[in-house]
Design a protein around this ligand. Structure first.
Ligand SMILES: [Zn+2]
Length: 516
């Protein structure tokens, strides 16, 4: 949603934390050969995102947030392992680092846009673990990159939710889905406010006019999925039929939208159990959802506990947005993109999950939805110009990635048949659990499973800027292709009931993407 050419936020500064910084390098050969880690992970769209030279295992975040001033103060304890002999490394970060230590020793730092460049007193040997402690403060709404800040203030708090970037606005880290880690997130807020985050609620207590909320996510998580939401919430704890704990939160002053949101979030367990029957066991150990009383124009699949703008509930309940975000727990969160250009593996799959839900809840079948979308969008529509397998930087969240993305999976289902298709949809999250996956890997898996050459199919659906022809090769059986031809001649097929609901969800999502 935003580019890699980061705006110059402030002049580059050098902070000499210690006068003795240069004396620590030992004379061993490896230390002499140690090199700086790369300032990015080489993402095709966002080369500066993430950093090279180390791999984070755990983030322990201890942050305080004051809604009145929008001030974040924090201490991040990052446990990582060097993946090369490392003389220097970057953290992605936009707030002000007051002090940085590496393995207990003060480190030299400087900032360069959203990069915090850290030079430890001693080089870190390849494979060695390191503990980096950053004490920091800042006002995230004042930090922009490319003139844009993903930080969301609300009437009574804030929502640290964004994609592909948000973590740099509240904690330092290795901000790319390829470096996942576990998290302990402790959020201190003024008395009377709630602070939601990922995973399990470890403790909640109050002290000296403050409330302290401690959360823990014990499964690997991408940085953009870590979050907090601060405000006045009504929190509900329950469990699913299978015993999975559920924590949902709806803004206390949510009005009628809050009422509808609460009704849909109360079905979270039902939705999770439904997904598990289709895609395989739920990959995490708690679930839930958060609906702040704020219009930020989208929902995000935050791991274990998605966050939803209230705009989804303007005209009543709409379970499809919950189905979409919870599908991402398999497709997006447990299996994350290898690079941001693989976004179809997230959005196309979560959108197809809405179609599958529709089919099993009497709202219209996948085949009917494919026909309705295919017939409803003429070949001349710019919709078809997006190559959803590589939509381009800043175009990851355009409509075609969602709708053509879902069409692609339904067409694949019709091309390879139900048994192979559902097997494929389960194998993918099982094989890449807690890791990453790329579109070429998915195509290879589909071809291995079916023994078919699907290159022409995926070229037509993912990599062409034209409307795929309604041929058997592209997933339209002869009968369907004939029906499409007949409709092109003027007759009309019935539009499935779910289409308006799905379109309503995607309209909210896309309005936000276009607003950037
Ligand atoms: Zn999505």
């Amino acid at each position: 949603m935003r580019g890699a050419g980061l705006a110059r936020r402030r002049a580059t500064t050098v902070t000499a934390v210690t006068a003795a910084l240069a004396v620590g390098l030992s004379g061993t050969a490896w230390a002499a050969a140690a090199r700086p880690g790369a300032s990015g992970l080489g993402d095709a769209y966002y080369p500066s995102y993430g950093n090279g030279g180390y791999d984070v295992g755990h983030y322990k975040l201890d942050v305080s947030y004051d809604p009145a001033s929008d001030l974040v103060t924090g201490k991040a304890t990052i446990t990582a392992k060097a993946t090369q002999d490392l003389s220097r490394f970057d953290l992605d970060f936009g707030l002000h680092a007051q002090s940085v230590t590496v393995n207990g020793h003060a480190a030299r730092t400087r900032t360069d846009d959203l990069e915090l460049v850290v030079t430890p007193r001693k080089a870190i040997k390849n494979g060695a673990s390191m503990t980096v402690v950053v004490v920091y403060a800042g006002v995230p709404s004042s930090v922009t990159a490319d003139g844009y800040s993903p930080w969301i203030r609300t009437d009574d708090g804030a929502v640290a939710v964004g994609e592909p970037q948000i973590s740099s606005w509240w904690f330092p880290g290795n901000d790319h889905p390829r470096d996942k880690a576990t998290y302990d997130i402790k959020v201190t807020v003024p008395a009377g406010l709630e602070a939601l985050s990922n995973g399990k609620l470890v403790s909640h207590g109050s002290t000296a006019g403050k409330e302290v909320w401690s959360w823990s996510e014990s499964r690997p998580m991408a940085t953009y999925l870590a979050y907090f939401a601060v405000g006045q919430f009504d929190i509900t704890q329950s469990s699913t039929a299978s015993g999975l704990p559920v924590i949902t939160a709806v803004a206390s002053n949510g009005g009628s939208e809050g009422t509808y949101a609460a009704a849909d979030l109360a079905r979270t367990g039902e939705v999770i159990d439904w997904h598990a029957r289709h895609w395989g066991p739920y990959p995490f150990n708690i679930t839930g959802g958060v609906a702040p009383a704020a219009d930020f124009g989208f929902a995000l699949e935050n791991q274990t506990r998605p966050v939803y703008t209230r705009g989804f509930w303007r005209s009543g309940p709409n379970i499809y947005v919950v189905v979409h975000e919870q599908a991402h727990q398999w497709y997006g969160d447990s299996v994350s993109v290898d690079q941001w250009k693989d976004i179809w593996l997230n959005e196309g799959f979560a959108s197809f999950a809405e179609w599958a839900w529709s089919e099993e809840h009497g709202d219209g079948t996948g085949a009917e939805l494919l026909q309705a979308y295919y017939d409803g969008i003429p070949a001349s529509d710019p919709f078809w110009q997006t190559k959803i397998g590589d939509p381009g930087k800043d175009h990851e969240f355009t409509g075609a990635v969602y709708d053509r993305g879902a069409m692609t999976l339904q067409a694949l289902r019709q091309r390879i048949g139900d048994p192979a298709f559902w097997q494929l949809m389960r194998n993918w999250p099982r094989q890449h659990k807690y890791g990453n996956g790329s579109i070429p890997q998915f195509i290879a898996l589909a071809e291995r499973l079916t023994g078919e050459d699907l290159g022409g199919f995926f070229d037509a659906w993912l990599y062409s800027s034209t409307k795929p022809a309604a041929t058997p090769e592209n997933g339209f059986p002869a009968a369907m292709a004939g029906a499409a031809a007949a409709r092109a001649g003027g007759s009309r097929a019935e539009v499935p009931r779910s289409k308006a609901k799905i379109d309503a969800v995607h309209r909210v999502l896309l309005a936000q993407a276009q607003g950037r």
